[in-house]
Ligand binder design. Structure first.
Ligand code: HEM
Length: 488
């Protein structure tokens, strides 16, 4: 009897392995033609790659976890140098670039339709739901399909007019944020749940911009179910994205826990966004961003997907960036004094730029090479996936003197033109080229405004060390308590 079980187990395991390799198109290295580019990739240093598993074993046996992926890449840079090769499952090579020369070369070369590696699990899910999605969406589409969505859906979001007309509303939101901070303090001025409160700010700002309406997420006691569900769904979406992106792609065969998390959160965001869209009121109808999407001559399903993508892309990126900003300026009262004294607002803008240099929430950019390219002495063929770790390069002393120090002055002093020129295609917290983040202009106006309002109201003290974790974005760990004392 046991023999039979073992025999059938053997057949089953063999079948699973065969399906795995066939389905995922695994080919052993000898399968490929041994041309120069393939040789180039082969020569690039990196951790040991096993057949099928590539270098992913390192996350299971090598002491690294997805939560600490930002530290993993710092370690890889130290160990293997400026160009390092990983192999994902099925031995798909991914080339990591850590230094300025290579990063600038890749990002400068972006063509008319820059290719960013898609989040395959999201694409897979959206394809399986034609009742909800007409395409895999702006964030994941490629080529002409991406270009059509981009040119139809984003002009209002990127327009200076939209941002200017949004500023009075943004100021009201900043005032509500300061009021909520005031009410959330203990007797020593400590806000112990800052991360949570900042979530509500990210939601309020993104919804105000995208849906054109105040949701009231910042009103005291307004912990609405919709707000909390939406913030949590977006967080789960990033986690599911991270785990399906970097983990084994068994989700292609059956729904793994990571895939289930991803699709559950995608479905929640969809339903919540639909609820918000359907309850649009008169003020919403005046919103430039919302109107441009709703009136676009595209499939109705694309419009909902676009709203979802804007909301998901905005909430956490903005929240994390604001928290990093408050943490950095919260360590130096002199910097806060300068923000208050500077009537031109240049100093607060410099603080924001410097925060993006030291702590970018999206710390690396993925691209698929459109043409053969020489990088760090290796010749890579078109179609190779490369990841530009600009966050690491921006903390390199050769690119920014006193690189580990928070020095907003570097963007203002006599060398500012030189600093800005040197950082072109290097300091890229919003990406680069035609695929650049369409929310960039909005964020560049909103963060200084939020910073000024907060610093004018409070003396900020960051008492605890900042701990980071990787949730597909670099994110502060825990609640990040800080002290906010009234300014007198
Ligand atoms: C601090 C806030 C933000 C940061 C750091 C950020 C960062 C990024 C980055 C790095 C990319 C990839 C760009 C590339 O590959 O070149 C991106 C893409 C994108 N972002 Fe943002 N983002 C932020 C806020 C927003 C907001 C507020 C929205 C919308 C309301 C938004 C919508 C998008 C969309 C739709 C894309 C995909 C664009 C495309 O592929 O064409 N982002 N963002």
């Amino acid at each position: 009897m046991f023999e039979k079980i073992f025999q059938s187990l053997d057949v089953t395991s063999l079948l699973i392995i065969a399906i795995f390799f066939l389905f995922l198109e695994y080919r052993p290295p000898w399968w490929y033609r041994n041309n120069d580019c393939k040789k180039g990739v082969k020569l690039i240093p990196g951790p040991l790659a096993l057949p099928g598993l590539g270098t992913t074993w390192i996350f299971f046996f090598g002491g690294f976890s997805f939560n600490r992926l930002h530290l993993y890449y710092e370690n890889m840079y130290k160990r293997y140098g400026p160009v390092m090769k990983e192999e994902y499952w099925c031995n798909i090579p991914v080339i990591n670039l850590f230094e300025k020369r290579e990063i600038v070369k890749v990002l400068k070369a972006g063509g008319k339709y820059p290719l960013r590696p898609p989040v395959e699990a999201v694409a897979h899910y959206r394809r399986s739901r034609p009742d909800r999605y007409a395409s895999i969406g702006l964030v994941n589409e490629q080529g002409e399909a991406w270009y059509d969505l981009r040119s139809t859906l984003t002009p209002a979001l990127t327009s200076p007019k939209t941002i200017t007309s949004f500023l009075p509303e943004a100021q009201q939101i900043a005032d509500d944020w300061c009021n909520l901070l005031k009410l959330s303090r203990d007797k020593n001025g400590r806000v112990s749940n800052l991360n949570y409160i900042a979530d509500r700010l990210g939601l309020e700002l993104t919804c105000a911009l995208v849906l054109g309406r105040r949701m009231g997420f910042l009103l005291p006691g307004a912990e609405t179910e919709t707000g909390e569900k939406l913030a949590e769904a977006v967080r789960q979406h990033f986690l599911g994205t991270r785990d399906t992106y970097f983990g084994f792609p068994f989700w292609k065969l059956f729904p793994t826990p990571a895939y289930k998390t991803l699709i559950k959160s995608e479905a929640s965001i969809y339903e919540l966004a639909l609820e918000l869209i359907n309850s649009a009121n008169e003020s919403t109808k005046e919103s430039a961003v919302f109107q441009s999407v709703i009136q676009a001559e595209i499939d109705e399903r694309e419009k909902i997907a676009a709203i979802i993508d804007f909301i998901s892309a905005g909430i956490h990126t903005m929240k994390n960036s604001l928290l990093f900003l408050l943490h950095l300026i919260g360590q130096d009262l002199q910097i806060q004094k300068k923000i208050i004294e500077d009537s031109t607002k240049s100093y607060s803008k410099a603080c924001v730029t410097e925060t993006f240099r030291l702590l970018p929430t999206a710390n690396a950019l993925g691209r698929i090479l459109e043409e053969e390219m020489e990088l760090g002495g290796y010749r890579l063929s078109a179609g190779t996936v490369v990841v530009c770790h600009f966050g690491i390069a921006c903390r390199d002393e050769r690119n920014f003197p006193d690189a580990s120090k928070f020095k907003p002055e570097r963007w203002l002093d006599d060398d500012k033109v030189q600093t800005a020129t040197n950082s072109l295609f290097l300091l890229t917290p919003f990406g680069a080229g035609r695929r650049i983040c369409p929310g960039k202009r909005f964020i560049e106006h909103i963060l200084p405004l939020l910073l000024e309002s907060t610093v004018n109201s409070f003396e900020i003290q960051a008492e605890e060390e900042l701990e980071l974790q990787f949730e597909f974005l670099v994110t502060p760990k825990g609640q990040m308590p800080m002290v906010f004392k009234d300014r007198v």
